[in-house]
Design a protein around this ligand. Structure first.
Ligand code: S3P
Length: 165
């Protein structure tokens, strides 16, 4: 057994929001690897990036994903960069992975200027565009289902996902 569904997508694609709606409607728990990493480290991800660097964060993320993929029956959301790891991409082949697709404009709007996303400091729109362009093929590679999220409510997105489960 494993999570019922795994949500991937760039920052601002709505992974946490949609995971919360799905877990509520399915009556199961919501697990988020970013939250797991923060709980284990005892500090926010932005501090992990500053104190230990991105490479260290990616190691923690990989370890958190290995554990979370064994969580039976949960809705699992992954950090936007989780799919950078080839082993993670290989592991995801065994799961119902949903890629939440979002336009650059909509993602930039949703992410805003919050300081909680260390890779998006500076010009948010430029950083996001680079990151989305580089990662799109990787999201496509792992996705069993792709849902375009612009102009849809969280409930409509959840409906689309639930139809395929
Ligand atoms: C990251 C996205 C973040 C978090 C970390 C790195 C990324 O998660 O895992 O800051 O590389 O895109 P969200 O996608 O939930 O913002």
């Amino acid at each position: 057994m494993s999570p019922v569904v795994v949500l991937v997508g760039p920052p601002g694609s709505g992974k946490s929001t949609i995971a919360a709606v799905l877990s509520e409607r399915l009556g199961v728990s919501h697990r988020d690897t970013d939250a797991d990493i923060e709980a284990a480290a005892g500090k926010p991800i932005s501090d992990i990036f500053v104190d230990e660097g991105e490479a260290h964060f990616r190691k923690l993320e990989r370890a958190a994903i290995v554990v979370a993929l064994q969580d039976d029956g949960a809705v699992l959301s992954l950090g936007g960069g989780a799919i950078l790891d080839p082993e993670t991409r290989a592991d995801l082949a065994a799961h119902h992975v949903v890629y939440l697709e979002v336009s650059l404009g909509e993602a930039a709007k949703r992410v805003g200027l919050g300081v909680s996303r260390p890779l998006l400091l500076g010009n948010v729109r430029t950083q996001l565009r680079n990151l989305m362009e580089a990662r799109r093929p990787l999201y496509d590679e792992v996705a069993k289902q792709t849902v375009v999220t612009d102009d849809k409510t969280p409930d409509q997105i959840a409906d689309e996902i639930l139809e395929q489960l």
